[in-house]
Design a protein. Structure first.
Length: 160
């Protein structure tokens, strides 16, 4: 299975946080590789609607099975990742979205329920937004990975 990762900056200009973004992308890449995914790349983009949309569309058009975005899922005005994701996906998967929130809650991160992150399908690509902290990435990927494998199998099986 092919996947890609995208990390969004908490700062519009992206100047003060490139190392955090690259670490987030590297962590997602590592966790996906451990799960058996072939990661095509990791892209850090600013919290800008056009940049996020371009990154998502590039991955979907490129035919990856899974795109994981990191960060930009909160409630501040610059947290636009879920808004852009809703424009890119064809179908939302609210059960997986809720599972990501509740796994954070179960891990003791009470603000996990504030996340506006989405999970959905665009064409044959699964797109998932997860929060940007290391703990949220680890917890989110632990929850997302087995579900993503199942969804990707369904999307790639013409008999289903």
């Amino acid at each position: 299975m092919r996947s890609g990762a995208s990390a969004t900056s908490r700062r519009h200009c992206g100047v003060r946080q490139p190392s955090r973004r690259s670490r987030a992308g590297a962590l997602v890449t590592e966790l996906l590789a451990e799960a058996g995914f072939v990661v095509d790349g990791s892209v850090a983009v600013p919290s800008d609607e056009v940049a996020i949309r371009t990154a998502l569309n590039t991955a979907v058009i490129g035919g990856v099975d899974l795109v994981v975005t990191v960060g930009g899922t909160g409630v501040s005005p610059r947290d636009v990742t879920p808004d852009v994701t809703s424009e890119v996906i064809d179908r939302e998967l609210p059960g997986i979205t809720q599972a990501l929130r509740w796994s954070g809650m179960a891990a003791g991160v009470t603000d996990a329920v504030i996340s506006r992150g989405l999970v959905g399908v665009s064409g044959s690509t699964l797109v998932a937004n997860i929060a940007g902290t290391r703990a949220a990435i680890r917890d989110g990927m632990a929850t997302l990975t087995p579900l993503a494998i199942h969804v990707i199998e369904q999307l790639s099986d013409p008999e289903v």
